[in-house]
Design a protein around this ligand. Structure first.
Ligand SMILES: [Zn+2]
Length: 404
């Protein structure tokens, strides 16, 4: 079993090692080479923490380590990009992608810190955790937590960060676990790794952590959602919390700028604007209704004659109002077309009655006009490319009876 250095030296960024084996696999277009070394600082993916990435060097040659995974017996396997491989038996030097590693050390440690705060303050037990690329989520066995209590959890976690308490990690035999009360019991046997935040938390965890709480930097609640009767809490942890704050502030400033308002006044201004939009929307609808009524009262149309109304790029509100009026006034057959800038919208109103096959007739009109749409008596709607063709097809199917 190769020597793993990431527990005793989680801050080591470089080390030398001897290549024990190197085998190329993957696919033809995406070959990958798996390398096992006699020692490594690269953490293999596990326990929610992704595998380490970085660079492996040998006499001027550089290999990109895309991932580190666990082999069958738990041996760390370095997954190199490409098919070229270092010489077996040779000494290589490893360099870790430190930003990536430290980020996940912050996530793991921050998660323990928060889980303990949730347990202590909100009586919430952690059921599962996920370290995502943007946020870390903690699922707890509570269906809800009051915002004020969640705020207390956050405040307590930040206090522990400022107190800079040591975080230690050490192996114990599962037989000795009785001497180490855990926040969350473990069923593991044999050698179990424990992680302890001084006077705050102790759990079993095989991940890599920062050395003291100050290194977690910050924790920020982002949101929560209900899940199978539990609550999933979303957090921005570590440097991510600062980046997240920057993004949120920039977005809020941009929005506030549009209203010439301060960020604090933004919710009120957005509320006001939405109210105005709703009022204007209502007014537009009522104006469209009046205009539709007037159009039908112009004398050119009568409910017992097929009506063809052609609009040129009119508002949807007027189109909808006309369709509604035609239906309410009981027009036997009517067609409204609106020539938009890129498409023609149409609606056909038709009543069968007396067993007339109106469904087939209207479907025939839509098909013959090369239009797309559908519906059922008394209303069909859709879009087409050629308004004149649709008008011709409608007039042919519903001819105006000549007055004699
Ligand atoms: Zn951990």
């Amino acid at each position: 079993m190769p020597e793993v250095l990431f527990y005793d030296s989680p801050y080591a960024r470089r080390c030398d090692a001897v290549v024990l084996s190197a085998a190329t696999g993957g696919t033809k277009t995406k070959p990958r080479t798996q390398v096992v070394l006699d020692r490594t600082i690269f953490y293999p993916a596990g326990g929610g923490q992704p595998g380490d990435r970085g660079i492996l060097r040998q006499e001027g040659a550089e290999y990109i380590v895309r991932d580190t995974v666990k082999g069958d017996d738990g041996t760390p396997v370095h997954v190199l990009e490409g098919a070229s491989r270092p010489t077996v038996g040779a000494v290589v030097s490893l360099e870790i992608d430190w930003n990536h590693r430290f980020d996940y050390m912050q996530q793991h440690s921050g998660q323990h810190l928060l889980s303990a705060a949730l347990y202590r303050i909100a009586d919430a037990n952690t059921v599962s955790v996920h370290q995502g690329e943007r946020y870390t989520t903690i699922e707890v066995d509570r269906d809800s937590i009051l915002p004020a209590q969640l705020s207390d959890v956050e405040t307590a976690a930040r206090e522990v960060i400022l107190e800079n308490r040591p975080i230690t990690s050490f192996p114990v035999s599962s037989d000795d676990l009785v001497r180490f009360p855990l926040r969350r019991p473990t069923s593991r046997t044999g050698e179990v790794r424990l992680v302890e935040i001084d006077n705050w938390d102790r759990v079993a965890c095989a991940g890599v952590h920062v050395r003291s709480t100050a290194q977690i930097g910050n924790v920020q609640t982002v949101g929560s959602e209900s899940l199978r009767g539990n609550l999933r809490l979303v957090f921005a942890i570590g440097n991510r919390a600062h980046r997240d704050y920057g993004k949120v502030r920039a977005a809020a400033l941009a929005a506030a700028g549009m209203f010439s308002a301060s960020i604090e006044d933004l919710p009120d201004r957005v509320h006001q604007a939405l109210d105005e939009i709703r009022t204007l929307h209502g007014r537009t609808k009522s104006l469209a209704r009046r205009l539709a009524k007037r159009t039908l009262e112009s004398g050119r149309f009568a409910p017992d004659r097929p009506a063809l109304l052609e609009l040129g790029n009119e508002e949807d509100a007027l189109f909808d109002a006309l369709v509604r009026e035609l239906a309410e006034q009981g027009f036997a057959a009517a067609c409204v077309v609106n020539r938009g800038s890129d498409k023609v919208r149409f609606a056909i109103i038709a009543h069968g009655g007396n067993g007339l096959p109106v469904q087939k007739t209207v479907q025939g009109v839509i098909r013959d006009a090369g239009a797309r749409g559908g519906g059922r008596e008394p209303l069909w709607q859709g879009i087409c490319d050629d308004a004149d063709r649709l008008a011709r097809c409608f007039s042919a199917a519903f001819p105006t009876k000549r007055q004699t």
